[in-house]
Write a protein that binds this ligand. Structure first.
Ligand code: ADP
Ligand code: SR1
Ligand code: MG
Ligand code: MG
Ligand code: MG
Length: 417
């Protein structure tokens, strides 16, 4: 049974819901009967409605009491909408122009209203179609740096961070999904796993038999659960970014909690690399996709360098937290030491990101939720070799971390895999 007051919205009741919110009614304009409504949810979990009126548009996102991609056989608590809106409220002021504007939360419906992004499309789809977005890697790097710096013990006080830590620690149903679906299932015998079969049957067996690989994944799974560094997005793949040529917005932060910064960085990095490796699968007679693939891979250093540059710049100008306190580094001679600690800090985030990138790639090849980068390659004989490359590169990320110190190392390895 769902909580009192909850019902799943449909194209009719979403109009009544918005009509009852004076600000939203005014934004849309006209009469509710004239509003155009479309349910466009294509993600794994939730309902998403786009509503257009004569004067404006909004987007309504609502939790369902189960995993949408699996159906009612996989129940899931509704409270993810609460955490998604909490994240937008916490991080929104620091990432203006890089996320949808947040308008309203309706607690008993586990639904919220936000800016309808238009004519934006999902970044992953655009890249698959062979489109380029000259600013997106920079924008997402800015987003990742600004959101995590502002909620870390460098950018925020102990008291502020404690509020996020305590509140988002209750996002247990989604933290559990990540722990299981991303970290443990893909290298276990799980009925939720799938892969391109029979082509990848041998590779799946080989990966499940690789004790060293499982050890590395288990170590990093522990760090995922225990590294409360900052409020992270928690699902920052290329399907959580909507884009136009000039504008980029990070959305879908329902998996947010106070966790490791490298998880967000690694998610975006892994998804760029997977898109790169999938490009030959989308080649046509007129376009072998080589230039597109190289362009996608070249976004890895753009993303990382922007992230690092912004994080360090904020550390210089906006450190108001309790870690690395300025008072302790007051002598002129301390400056060089602090600069070196900052560099080492960012090197560690990069190292963490490589490990998380490995885990997040393996889950897309052998786990429950796959990427359309590969899945839209309809012919399994064409898809399987591309997925094999991704899995093998991920294994290198996890077992040979010493070979991945810079984004250029990632590019070099991806090109020869
Ligand atoms: P889920 O949590 O189920 O993955 P998402 O938040 O990713 O749901 O949204 C699913 C889809 O809905 C997106 O892929 C996108 O097409 C559309 N969508 C989501 N938010 C917006 C928005 N603010 N404006 C326009 N379309 C959106
Ligand atoms: C059962 S949920 C599977 C995945 O969908 C979300 O987008 C997250 O990536 C999650 O792991
Ligand atoms: Mg989504
Ligand atoms: Mg989601
Ligand atoms: Mg992922």
């Amino acid at each position: 049974p769902t909580p009192a007051g909850y019902y799943a919205l449909d194209n009719h009741s979403v109009r009544a819901f918005l009509n009852g919110l004076p600000d939203m009614r005014a934004k849309l304009g006209g009469k509710p009967e004239t509003w155009a409504v479309e349910e466009v949810g294509d993600g794994n979990l939730n309902l998403v409605f786009l509503v257009d009126g004569p004067d404006g548009s909004v987007c309504v996102k609502q939790s369902l009491p189960y995993v949408r991609a699996a159906g009612e056989s996989w129940p899931l608590p509704l409270d993810r909408a609460f955490f998604e809106q909490s994240y937008y409220r916490a991080v929104g002021p620091h990432v203006e122009g890089l996320a949808p504007r947040f308008y309203h939360y309706q607690p008993e419906l586990y639904a919220f209203v936000m800016e309808r992004l238009s004519p934006h499309i999902i970044l992953r789809r655009g890249l698959i179609e062979g489109r380029r977005y000259p600013h997106v890697a920079q924008h997402v790097g800015e987003f990742a740096a600004r959101s995590t710096f502002a909620t870390s013990d460098i950018g925020a006080t102990i008291e502020e961070k404690a509020e996020w830590t305590a509140s988002f620690a209750k996002n247990t149903s989604l933290i559990r999904i990540t722990a299981e679906v991303v970290f443990s299932d893909p290298l276990s015998q799980s009925p939720r796993n799938r892969w391109t079969s029979p082509e990848l049957d041998g590779l799946a067996t080989q990966f499940r038999a690789d004790s060293a690989l499982k050890g590395a994944v288990a170590d990093i799974g522990w760090r995922f659960l225990t590294s409360g560094q900052a409020l992270i997005h928690g699902d920052l793949h290329t399907g959580s970014v909507m884009v136009t040529e000039t504008d980029s917005r990070v959305m879908d932060p329902e998996f947010s909690f106070v966790g490791p910064i490298g998880y967000d960085v690694g998610a975006f990095l892994a998804n760029l690399v997977m898109n790169y490796l999938a490009q030959p699968g989308h080649a046509t007679a007129g376009d072998d996709r080589r230039e597109q693939a190289d362009w996608v891979l070249d976004q890895v250093p753009v993303f990382w360098n922007t992230f690092k540059g912004r994080f360090l710049a904020l550390w210089e100008t906006s450190a108001r937290g309790d870690a690395y306190p300025a008072t302790m580094f007051a002598n002129p001679a301390d400056k060089a030491v602090l600069a070196a600690r900052r560099e080492a800090f960012l090197d560690q985030i990069f190292a963490d990101a490589i490990g998380y990138a490995g885990v997040k790639t393996i889950r897309r090849i052998f786990g429950f939720a796959h990427n359309i980068d590969f899945d839209l390659v309809a012919d399994p004989a064409r898809r399987a070799p591309l997925e094999t490359k991704a899995a093998n590169l991920a294994r290198q990320f996890l077992l040979e971390p010493q070979n991945f110190r810079t984004p250029e190392d990632v590019i070099a390895a991806a090109k020869v895999i």
